[in-house]
Design a protein around this ligand. Structure first.
Ligand SMILES: Nc1nc2c(ncn2[C@@H]2O[C@H](COP(=O)(O)OP(=O)(O)OP(=O)(O)O)[C@@H](O)[C@H]2O)c(=O)[nH]1
Ligand SMILES: [Mg+2]
Length: 284
C-alpha cells in the first residue's frame, strides 16, 4: 500500500519498481473542478513479475487524496478500517468449518509511507497516521522526491525523522526486530535499519550506458542514476521489497500483527458474551 500526500511520486515509484506501467498516468484535471477536494480513494492494481526466478504476484493499493483535506482524521480512519477489514476476512475464513481452498489473502503486508522532503522531520499528519496504523501493518518510511536534498541535507533529514520516531515511539517496521536470527542476518538487518527512511528518486527515462541501459532522472544540470546506491536508496529498497525481505513482511504480518489483532478481537467477543450472559442472569 502506498500512502503519502499528493505529488510525492507514488505512481512513478511503483512503475519504476515493477519496470512497467502498473499505475497509468492521471487524466488531465478539469480546471473548473480544481477547487473541489476529492475524498481519498483506494485504487488496486495487480501485476505479476519474475524476480530472481521467482514468480511474484504483487497487488498495489494506491491511496490518492490522502492528506489533501484540512481535517485528515477521516483518512486515518479509512486506512485503519481498510487494513482491519482484511484481517476480519481472514478471521472469518479461519472460523469456517469448510475452508475455501481458493481463498486469497488480501492483507496489506507493507505500507510504504512517503514523507514530504521538507527538511524538518515528521509532520503531525505523519505522526498521527503512523501511530494509528503501525500496529496493523508494517510501515516503511520513504522520502519522496529525495533529489531535492544535497548529500548533507539528506543525512540530516534522516536523522531528524528517526529522532521523531524515537521521541513519539512510533511503531514503524523494525528490520532488526528478530534478535534471535543468525548473527550475519541480524547484522545485515541492523545495517538496513540504519538507512531508514529510504531516500527515493523515481525514474524518468532509460538511457544507454557503457554497460547496458541505465534508469535515470535527467535534469538540465545532470542526471541521477536511480539504481546507483550512492545516489538514492531505491536499489536497496527494491531488493528488500521484492527479494530479501518479502517473506519476512508476510510472516510478520501473519504471526505478529494479525495474531495480536486476533487475540484482541476474540477477547472483545468473549467480554461481550459474558456481559450478555450476566445481563440474562440479572433478568432471571
Ligand atoms: N524531482 C522529482 N520528481 C519526481 C520524482 N518522482 C516523481 N516525480 C514527479 O512528480 C510528479 C508526480 O509524480 P507521481 O508519480 O504522479 O506522484 P503521485 O504521488 O502518484 O501523485 P498524485 O497521484 O498526484 O498524488 C511527476 O511530475 C513526476 O515526474 C522524484 O523522485 N523526483
Ligand atoms: Mg498518483
Amino acid at each position: 500500500m502506498l500512502v503519502g500526500v499528493s505529488g510525492l511520486g507514488r505512481r512513478t515509484f511503483v512503475n519504476t519498481l515493477c519496470e512497467r506501467e502498473v499505475i497509468p498516468p492521471p487524466v488531465a484535471e478539469d480546471p473548473e473542478m480544481a477547487h473541489m477536494v476529492e475524498p481519498m480513494k483506494f485504487n488496486k492494481y495487480e501485476t505479476q513479475m519474475i524476480e530472481d526466478g521467482t514468480n511474484i504476484f504483487l497487488t498495489t493499493v494506491d491511496t490518492p487524496g490522502y492528506g489533501d483535506g484540512i481535517d485528515n482524521y477521516s483518512c486515518f480512519t479509512q486506512l485503519q478500517e481498510y487494513i482491519e477489514s482484511q484481517f476480519d476476512e481472514v478471521l472469518l475464513e479461519e472460523s469456517r468449518i469448510r475452508r475455501n481452498s481458493k481463498y486469497k489473502d488480501n492483507r496489506v503486508h507493507v505500507l510504504l509511507y512517503f514523507l514530504t522532503p521538507t527538511g524538518h522531520g515528521l509532520r503531525e499528519l505523519d505522526i498521527e497516521a503512523i501511530k494509528r496504523l503501525g500496529h496493523f501493518v508494517n510501515i516503511i518510511l520513504l522520502i519522496g522526491r529525495a533529489d531535492t536534498f544535497t548529500t548533507d541535507e539528506i543525512a540530516l533529514f534522516k536523522l531528524q525523522v528517526m529522532k521523531d520516531v524515537m521521541t513519539y515511539e512510533l511503531p514503524i517496521y523494525n528490520f532488526g526486530w528478530d534478535d534471535e536470527s543468525d548473527p550475519e542476518t541480524l547484522e545485515e538487518n541492523q545495517e538496513i535499519q540504519a538507512i531508514v527512511p529510504f531516500s527515493i528518486v523515481g525514474c524518468d527515462e532509460v538511457v544507454d550506458g557503457d554497460y547496458g541501459s541505465i534508469r535515470v532522472r535527467r535534469y538540465p544540470w545532470g542526471t541521477v542514476e536511480i539504481d546507483n546506491d550512492d545516489m538514492s536508496d531505491f536499489g536497496l529498497l527494491r531488493y528488500i521489497l521484492l527479494n530479501s525481505h518479502i517473506s519476512d513482511f508476510i510472516d510478520y504480518t501473519n504471526n505478529v500483527l494479525y495474531e495480536e489483532y486476533r487475540t484482541q478481537k476474540l477477547n472483545e467477543n468473549k467480554d461481550d458474551e459474558s456481559e450478555e450472559e450476566k445481563e440474562e442472569d440479572d433478568e432471571e
